[in-house]
Design a binder for this molecule. Structure first.
Ligand SMILES: Nc1ncnc2c1ncn2[C@@H]1O[C@H](COP(=O)(O)OP(=O)(O)OP(=O)(O)O)[C@@H](O)[C@H]1O
Length: 650
């Protein structure tokens, strides 16, 4: 006891409580502001600055934006908008508004809707976060025929804003920034990805021209290009589907201003067509910000289209139309949805999902009438789409019926590995196989599972690195054999999706670097050997939490540091001390924790693994990089990215 006392820190008093000032918190915890320090986060910096210029354009003040990628991986974004104000700020008269915006979190002109109506920016942090995370940033503002500039390093002004010359023919803002290698390591900004980002903005808002320049070659990415698309999303979809056979000659596309319909400013624009040539996809945006996880605007869109096609089927006397679900609708349906609304609510600063409830109602309301009219006007296309969707629904129902019997016979026929803890259900629907790391984790999982539908397969150690291995070696690997037997399938060309014994295959590994490594190995294995299983949406990742927070009788779980910090900052669920414990691994969680957070379908979080067909090169590339012969690349990547799964677009 005495030992303990003497080794305690000397003092723990008010002086030990740190308050991070200015932009320090951003540099300390970049993840909270840009979701990490990986490649995705790095590209997100560019999006933040570009979004500010787009907001200026959408508000009607700019019609040209230039994006330049420089050889030293710095980026310039220039617009011909109003220019960030440079006059003294009323609240901090010793500073210019420019300096306040760039050096203070939550400073911006988009809170009240006075200076902007439907902006992508809303939190007032984007520009300051980019500034904090750049070792050099220069902002130039051309206003009233004068050019002003100010420079910053890691969020600190290198001098006041100064007039640097006349600017008789120029107006607007130009931001050049160089991301800080101290934060991001070796900079890996990719021109191809930046160009895609810039080009998509031109499609999303036809009132802007985007000029692209790059000093670095990257495959067939042009070094200079100008984008302006008066046809908006219909053109964008046309480009994405170029060459593919589609059921309608012209997509169902349109734009509705909300002012007339809902009495508030805003708009929705969309384009959709169906093709037998490829799987469907949907890309959605709110105020030109991409929302890869969808949200209320997407839900409203699908709901309108689904109801529309069912109603059309009913009118046409096709009883089977009632069987069409959103899943059938989306299969082969390639859709782009973009809405502009006031005060959007996003999930997180990286704005991956739209949460504004109103958006669902507004988008559905706007699209529905138009879809009915479109179907009625082009009966040839409408009939073809209806037939296609009815067929998809029938196939789905048939598959389901087959699955119901297939598991039964498969269980009888198959020899199953000894360590598989199987479930008791006799049909495949709703069954899940958890692939767990190690035997200790298997213990709590056994107690936490639902015996009827949830099976477990503990895997020992790291599975063979399959990308490097010859396929003959694969068959000799005991862990892989067990896995194949449990799943009821063969490898590579011998893989048959119909033989799969479970509906969902869930990789459940510890929330640490080792766990991430094993999950990456397994995903690579499935990607190379059982790809159809991923394409059909059967592969998932479990998301075990890293922390448990308790406050009196209340419990909450946090996936990572950022979520923990957020819960604590929000004071969790009310008054009282918050205790935090960190799970070292799945084996440490009791069955109750594990069930609630990771296994119980009612409360867990799951990520579906999918491969983005738009980026086949990138996925293949990434798999090669992760699993190829260079362990140092892999190690660097995994330790930087607990969020690596996002790169595979899951
Ligand atoms: N290119 C620009 N032209 C004119 N004003 C700008 C420009 N860029 C930034 N601003 C002003 O600076 C403010 C702060 O920008 P910042 O990116 O920090 O936050 P935001 O865009 O308001 O919100 P978010 O954090 O959601 O991006 C904006 O609200 C806007 O008033």
């Amino acid at each position: 006891m005495n030992d303990l006392l003497s080794s305690a820190p000397e003092t723990y008093d008010a002086a030990s409580i740190e308050v991070l000032e200015g932009l320090e918190p951003v540099r300390k915890r970049p993840g909270m502001y840009i979701g990490g320090t990986d490649e995705r986060a790095l590209h997100h910096l560019v999006a933040e600055v570009l979004d500010n210029s787009m907001d200026e354009a959408v508000a009607g003040h700019a019609n040209r934006i230039e994006v330049e990628f420089h050889a030293d991986h710095s980026v310039t974004i220039r617009d011909n908008g109003r220019g960030i104000p440079i006059d003294p700020h009323p609240k901090f008269p010793e500073k210019s508004a420019l300096e306040v915006i760039l050096c203070t979190l939550h400073a911006g002109g988009k809170f009240s809707g006075k200076a902007y109506q439907t902006s992508g920016g809303l939190h007032g942090v984007g520009a300051s976060v980019v500034n904090a995370l750049s070792d050099h940033m220069r902002v130039e503002v051309a206003r009233n025929r004068e050019l002003h500039a100010q420079e910053f390093s890691r969020g600190i002004p290198q001098g006041p804003v100064a007039r640097v010359g006349p600017a008789p023919n120029r107006r607007g803002t130009s931001v050049t920034f160089h991301p800080d290698p101290e934060i991001f390591g070796t900079l890996k900004l990719r021109p191809a990805r930046l160009l895609r980002m810039a080009k998509s903005k031109a499609y999303l808002f036809s009132g802007v021209e985007i000029r692209w320049k790059s000093e670095v070659a990257d495959g067939d990415t042009p070094l200079e290009a100008t984008f302006h698309f008066p046809g908006g999303l219909a053109d964008y979809l046309g480009e994405q589907l170029s060459g593919a056979v589609t059921y309608a000659d012209r997509p169902f596309a349109g734009r509705v201003e909300f002012q007339e319909k809902f009495g508030q400013p805003g708009a929705v624009e969309w384009a959709i067509n169906w093709t037998p040539a490829r799987d469907g996809f949907v890309q959605s945006y709110c105020n030109t910000v991409p929302t890869p996880e969808g949200g209320t605007h997407e839900a409203g869109f699908w709901s309108a289209v689904l109801r529309g096609i069912r109603a059309y089927g009913e009118l046409a006397g096709n009883k089977k139309a009632a069987q069409i679900t959103r899943e059938d609708m989306a299969a082969g349906g390639c859709a782009l949805v973009s809405c502009f609304i006031r005060e959007p609510e996003f999930v997180g600063q990286t704005k991956d999902r739209l949460a504004t409830q109103e958006a669902a109602r507004m988008v559905e309301g706007a699209v529905r009438d138009h879809f009915d009219n479109w179907l009625a006007a082009d009966t040839k296309a409408a009939g073809a789409i209806l037939d296609f969707l009815v067929l998809r629904a029938e196939e789905r129902l048939k598959r389901r019926a087959e699955k119901e019997t297939s598991r039964k016979s498969a269980t009888k026929k198959l020899r199953l590995p000894g360590k598989l803890v199987d479930c008791t259900a006799t049909n495949r629907i709703g069954t899940e196989l958890f692939i767990v790391e190690g035997d200790s984790a298997g213990g709590s999982a056994k107690m936490a599972r639902d015996r009827k539908t949830q099976a477990l397969l503990p895997l020992r150690g790291k599975i063979l690195n399959v990308i490097g291995a010859a396929s003959s070696k694969l068959g000799q690997n005991a862990e892989i054999n067990d896995l194949c037997q449990a799943l009821g399938v063969g490898l590579g060309s011998k893989f048959r999706l119909d033989d799969l014994r479970y509906d969902r295959i869930i990789i459940m590994t510890d929330a640490d670097v080792d766990g991430a490594h094993i999950a990456a190995l397994l995903m690579t294995f499935f990607f190379t050997q059982m790809r159809p299983m991923i394409d059909a949406g059967h592969l998932y990742l479990a998301c075990p939490p890293l922390f448990r927070l308790t406050q009196g009788p209340k419990r909450a779980y946090a996936l990572d540091e950022a979520e923990k910090a957020r819960l604590i900052a929000e004071g969790f669920g009310g008054k009282g001390k918050i205790d935090v414990s960190r799970f070292k691994g799945l084996g440490e969680m009791d069955a109750k924790d594990l069930k609630e957070t990771t296994m119980d379908p009612a409360s867990r979080r799951l990520i579906r693994v999918s491969v983005d067909d738009d980026l086949p090169g990138e996925t293949g590339d990434l798999v090669e990089r992760l699993m190829g012969k260079k362990p140092e690349l892999r190690f660097q990547y995994i330790s930087e990215n607990a969020r690596f799964v996002e790169e595979l677009d899951v």
